[in-house]
Design a protein around this ligand. Sequence first.
Ligand SMILES: [Zn+2]
Length: 87
Amino acid sequence: MAFAFRRLLSVSTLIFFASLAVVAQTETVYVTRTGTKYHRASCRSLAKSSIPISLSEAAGRYGPCSICRPPLPGASSTPAATASERS
Ligand SMILES: [Zn+2]
């Protein structure tokens, strides 16, 4: 009985951490129907339409918006470094 319980616990812990990893990797960004850029949810460019899309998918088909500077795939979130790049 005790063994079964411990096994159940470890499996649920594994699922918990796996779901955390999925959330971290599938960050959601937004695109518009006609635009060629992807955006953060708070971007003012999304006034007309906002279509949620995963970051990895957006990065393959769209460029990052220069106004809201959405996250880049694979890169850790260091907005200060990218912000000072083009001034
Ligand atoms: Zn934007």
